[in-house]
Design a protein around this ligand. Sequence first.
Ligand SMILES: Cc1ncc(COP(=O)(O)O)c(C=O)c1O
Length: 397
Amino acid sequence: MKKKPSIATRAIHGKKLHAYKGPLSTPIYQTSTYRFESSDDAIRYSKGDTSVYVYSRYHNPSVEDVEEKLSVMNDADAAALFSSGMAAISTAILSIVKSGDEIISTPSLYGGTYRFFRDVLPLYNIKVKYVAADALSDISKLATRNTKLFYCESPTNPTVGIVDLHKAIVEVQKAGKKSGTKIFTMIDNTFATCLYQSPFTIGFDAIVESATKYIGGHSDILAGVVVGKKEYIKNVRHLAKYLGGCADPFAAFLLSRSLKTFQLRVDKQSENALMLAKHFEKHSKVSRIFYPGLQSHPQHAIAKKQMSGYGAMVCLEVKGGVKSAVKVCDSLKVAVNAMSLGGAETLVSIPVYSSHVNMSGEELAKHGVTPGMIRISIGAEGIDDLIEDFEQALKGI
Ligand SMILES: Cc1ncc(COP(=O)(O)O)c(C=O)c1O
């Protein structure tokens, strides 16, 4: 092939494009350990030869197949697969920061990540400072010699807010020069996926993603991934050995299978999302609707600059607050009232009762979350069925 294969091709074949001999689908290596041919294998392993299969918490061929695909899809050196998005995120972060270090992050984050920053990292003397997405030039003011990581999520969960990624990288570099440190940059790319956003070309050092969502795409497995440079992923793997959040071979098999339809699914879901968002933009029962592909989205211009598609997450704020939101969610007949996202089924959830539970009014305001919001993960159903479903549910409020 002369030019680089598309993301769809890379998702289906990984690196096994030319004259590769072997099973078409990677088998499920459902094993915890591996037979050594002789103790020579153990000796080689003890001397650091990572090609020797020893134990499935370290290596597993089904898992490696997915890691290879995700690294080539992201145009990266390497990827490490985990048992969940949070296992990936926590291991990725703890591979960079230690006691006494500081993180600068944008505040609009998946609730689990935010609570990890708020409740867990301080126990290990790791401080997180927040910079508003519309005040990224403050990064220099916040950075100190101890700042080791800049972290962000874009689009954000649940309000699909956009962080200007180019500006963030420029500001982090400026801050690093001023404080005389290298600040590592990491982004949660779960909502956009590599199909619509390429953080490495913008200058990010690492990507984390909940593979439970669009990569898995069928709401039937939990997984997470960290993607980056070889040396960094080596450190991540080292820590993962001890934290133990390794991916399961059966989940890896399902992921490999899911990747074959990755682009088909995500494109269709995103097309549905734009149509649904446009349809309900001026609805009498809707006070606000957030979708980065709408011209009315506050950061549409930034999204257009840094994304090649807008994804399939929509945030709808209904008139009448949380009572109305509950009524709408309970009246839907096609869309499902369930907490995850990214699958073929349209799912709805109320952030104040789900991803953003356990947060004060002040914290919710910082995240831009209001009680009347419904987060919609648009699926691959027929768009007419979805529009009719939301129309009838909204009629009831
Ligand atoms: C943006 C984002 N990142 C990370 C996670 C955590 O992923 P997991 O549930 O696979 O641990 C989620 C989960 O909803 C998420 O929405």
